[in-house]
Design a protein around this ligand. Structure first.
Ligand code: SF4
Length: 351
């Protein structure tokens, strides 16, 4: 499964599932979007591991996400759990991708056997690359791991992060990847977001318009299932009711899928977005921007919620997803990533 196929599914409600296995990570990258560290208590004990497996085993061939993204923290701190979740998801026909910071590769790109077993079971493997990260794991070691995965027949990609379109690091790193791998390593190029360790002094902003991120449920490290992967939504409890889909201790995938598809408020976020919703309800712009405005939406259902609850609301939701998918993955990255590099989602191809 290539990066472009994963991103093509991103606007599809319940087309994917994000699972944050742990908040722990052995790296200490300054810009970390998840504020992860090895001290975090958000690491699954035996019971939470069993719950995660039970949740993924509730997938059936007729009710499953098309793709599961395993993230963290660092998901490869738990290679056995990642492997078991991968096989359980694949048994129901889902495909699995994992994003790693490659903490294990610092000594020359060596891959320990349990981690290699997990990587080679995946349908897609992604690694992070950026300037703070390169101080922890050298670029050459990252390239060695990617080459090893490619040799094993696993499609790979890189998630690069820079300060913005003019950041010379991004020009240098993307050129180096293209020199080393040609078109075999697609890239998702992002700008540092206003979350995690890099938050100080910045304000969360969003792209305006409909929210594509309200399409895929996210399992937070504490087992809560949220309607989006926004880091503040994942981190802060209690989460807003309209962004809470359940908990893996009580709910299975068919239940989470139904709530994702049928929630009038989520349909409205996917078709109109929080700014329009706030304007239509008379709430006005929220301090803090797009996602802050979403989290602070009035909980009382209004006329828009009533309209979105019916068959017309479902149809509009489906049409909105189809329109966004027709625009292609590069258009998605022009809105949500670092626009001048969006074409690298399919290097050498038509994006
Ligand atoms: S607008 Fe709302 S649903 Fe969308 S990413 Fe932000 S907080 Fe999540």
């Amino acid at each position: 499964m290539e990066l472009s196929e994963i991103l093509d599914l991103r606007p599809e409600p319940a087309g994917g599932l994000l699972v944050a296995l742990t908040r722990r990570c052995p790296l200490a990258c300054a810009h970390c979007s998840t504020d992860s560290s090895m001290d975090s208590a958000d690491h699954p004990d035996r019971e939470r591991r069993a719950r995660l497996l039970r949740f993924v085993r509730s997938f059936t061939p007729g009710s499953r996400p098309d793709v599961v993204l395993l993230t963290g923290g660092e998901p490869l701190l738990l290679p056995g759990l990642a492997y078991d979740l991968t096989r359980a998801a694949q048994d129901a026909g889902a495909r699995v991708s994992l994003l790693s910071g490659l903490f294990f590769a610092r000594d020359g790109g060596r891959i320990p056997a349990p981690i290699l077993r997990t990587i080679t079971a995946l349908d897609h493997f992604s690694a992070s690359l950026d300037a703070p990260h390169e101080r922890e794991v050298p670029r050459a070691d990252v390239f060695r791991v990617l080459a090893r995965a490619l040799d094993a027949g696993v499609p790979v990609s890189l998630h690069l992060t820079g300060a913005g379109p003019d950041d010379p690091y991004l020009a240098d790193a993307t050129a180096a990847v293209l020199r080393e791998f040609g078109d075999r390593v697609p890239m998702l190029v992002n700008e540092v977001r206003a979350v995690g360790r890099a938050t100080a002094g910045r304000t969360a902003t969003g792209p305006g318009g409909p929210c594509t991120m309200a399409a895929w449920p996210t399992v937070a490290p504490d087992g809560t299932v949220l309607a989006c992967c926004n880091q503040r939504t994942v981190d802060v409890r209690p989460a807003p009711p309209h962004l809470t889909l359940g908990h893996i201790a009580e709910d299975d995938w068919p239940t989470v899928r139904r709530r994702t598809l049928d929630s009038p408020r989520l349909r409205l976020l996917r078709t109109l977005g929080p700014d329009q919703l706030r304007a239509r309800s008379g709430a006005g712009p929220a301090p803090g921007g797009y996602c802050a405005g979403c989290r602070a939406l009035p909980q009382q259902p209004g006329p828009d919620d009533a309209a979105a609850a019916g068959a017309a609301g479902r149809l509009l939701d489906q049409l909105s997803a189809a329109r966004l998918r027709a625009q292609g993955p590069a258009a998605l990255l022009r809105r949500h990533g670092c626009a001048p590099y969006a074409h690298l989602v399919r290097p050498g191809g038509t994006a």
